[in-house]
Design a protein around this ligand. Structure first.
Ligand code: M6R
Length: 364
C-alpha cells in the first residue's frame, strides 16, 4: 500500500499536489457562496482563537497572519494543552477554531469543550470524517488529504493551510474587508500552488538536491531553522520534523530574535537552515544570514529563482518556485519535510514509526 515508495512519509510528501488540489475543490461550494458555512455568521466575530497541537499548531500560527491580514479579525493561537488551563477570555463573539488532523487529540478536544462551555462558536478543521472533533464542533471544514499514516504529519499540514487560507478570504469577503477582485486574485494564486509543489517534487526526484544536502548533514548533532513572518512557523515545523524522526536536536526561531540569544550556538558545525524566499522581509532575512555567516555557520538556504543576495551568502541552496508570500509556507515546508525524511532514512531509523510517538495522542 506504499505505492512503490519506501515509507508512508515519502509517499505522503509526494501526494501533496493532489491533496492540496482536492482540498481546494472539496471546499469550493461554501467558498463561492453556493452553500452556507453552516452555523457561522461571518459578520458576528470579534476575535478568533485557534487551538491545536504539534504540526496543527504551526498551521494555526500561519493562519493568524491570514485572518488578521485578510479578515481583519484579531486572532490568538494557543497550544490546546495550554488553552485548556488558562481561563481564556471567550464570549459569543468568539470563533474558536480547532485544527486537528485526526480529530481525536485529547488536549484539542478538551480545549474545544472549555470554549463551548464559555459560549464560543466552534469550528473544526479536520481530516477524519466522523471523528470526535467533527461531531462536537458547530461547523467542520474538511481537509481532503486522505489517510495520513506516517506519524510525522506532512500532507495534513499543507491541506490545513489551504483550507484556512480559503476561510480567511471568505471571512474577508463576507465582512467587506476584501473586494471580490482581491479574493479572486488571491484564489487564483492558491490554485497554482499544487502545480508549483509538483514541479519542485518532480525536479527533486530527478536531481536529488535535498537528498544530497541531507547526506552532508545527517551526522549533525544540532540544527537551527530560521525564518520570519509567515515563514517563522515554517522554521518551527522544519525543526519539529527533524526532531521527531531523526532525533537530532533542532530549534526553530524567528531570525530577528537570533541576536537575543541563539546566535551563541552558532559555529562551523551547526547547519543553519534559512527560509529566505521573496517577500516583505526578504532583505531582513538576508541581513540575518550575514550575521550567521560572520560566525562561520553553515548556511542552507531555501530561495526563489533570481535571489543573488541569498545565493552569494549561502553554502547550500534549495530553490523553490516563487508564490505569493502568504502562500509561500505551503511550498516552503515541502523541502524541509524531505530534508528530515532523508536524514532519518540515512540514519536508518523507522521513519513512519518514530520512538515514543503515536499517530494521535488520545491521552493527556
Ligand atoms: O491529529 P492532530 O492534528 O490533532 O495531531 C496533533 C499533533 O499530535 C501532530 O501534529 C504531531 O505533532 C505530529 N506527529 C507532527 O508531525
Amino acid at each position: 500500500e506504499k505505492g512503490g515508495y519506501k515509507h508512508f512519509m515519502i509517499k505522503e510528501i509526494y501526494e501533496q499536489p493532489r491533496a492540496v488540489s482536492d482540498t481546494i475543490s472539496g471546499n469550493m461550494a461554501w467558498f463561492k457562496g453556493d452553500v452556507p458555512l453552516e452555523g457561522i455568521d461571518p459578520t458576528s466575530f470579534e476575535r478568533i482563537q485557534i487551538v491545536a497541537c504539534g504540526t496543527s499548531f504551526h498551521a494555526g500560527l500561519i493562519a493568524k497572519f491570514f485572518f488578521e491580514n485578510f479578515s481583519q479579525i484579531l486572532t490568538e493561537v494557543d497550544y490546546a494543552s495550554e488553552y485548556r488551563y488558562r481561563n481564556p477570555v471567550v464570549n459569543g463573539k468568539t470563533l474558536v477554531i480547532a485544527i486537528t488532523q485526526s480529530g481525536e487529540t485529547a488536549d484539542t478536544l478538551a480545549a474545544m469543550r472549555l470554549a463551548r462551555k464559555k459560549g464560543a462558536k466552534l469550528l473544526a478543521v479536520c481530516n477524519v470524517i466522523g471523528s470526535t472533533a467533527t461531531r462536537e464542533a458547530d461547523t467542520v471544514i474538511y481537509t481532503y488529504a486522505g489517510p495520513e499514516i506516517s506519524v510525522a504529519s506532512t500532507k495534513a499540514f499543507t491541506t490545513q493551510l489551504t483550507a484556512l487560507y480559503m476561510l480567511s478570504l471568505w471571512l474577508g469577503r463576507e465582512n467587506g474587508v476584501l473586494k471580490e477582485e482581491e479574493v479572486n486574485a488571491r484564489f487564483s494564486q492558491l490554485m497554482e500552488v499544487p502545480s508549483k509543489i509538483e514541479y519542485f517534487l518532480g525536479r527533486e526526484k530527478k536531481e536529488g538536491n535535498v537528498k544530497n544536502i541531507a547526506l552532508e548533514f545527517y551526522r549533525s548533532k544540532d540544527a537551527l531553522y530560521l525564518g520570519r513572518h509567515v515563514n517563522y512557523p515554517i522554521a518551527l515545523e522544519g525543526a519539529l520534523k527533524l526532531k521527531e524522526i531523526s532525533y537530532i536536536h533542532a530549534e526553530g526561531y524567528p531570525s530577528g530574535e537570533m541576536k537575543h540569544g541563539p546566535i551563541a550556538l552558532i559555529d562551523e558545525s551547526v547547519p543553519v537552515i534559512f527560509i529566505a524566499t521573496k517577500g516583505s522581509v526578504y532583505e531582513k532575512v538576508v541581513s540575518n544570514m550575514e550575521e550567521v555567516k560572520a560566525r562561520k555557520g553553515k548556511i542552507i538556504a531555501l530561495l526563489n529563482p533570481s535571489s543573488p543576495e541569498v545565493e552569494r551568502i549561502s553554502d547550500f541552496k534549495i530553490e523553490v518556485p516563487e508564490v505569493d508570500e502568504f502562500l509561500s509556507p505551503i511550498v516552503n515546508v515541502v523541502p524541509l519535510q524531505l530534508f528530515a525524511y532523508y536524514i532519518a532514512d540515512f540514519l536508518g531509523y523507522d521513519v513512519d514509526q518514530p520512538r515514543n510517538l503515536a499517530k494521535s495522542v488520545t491521552v493527556e
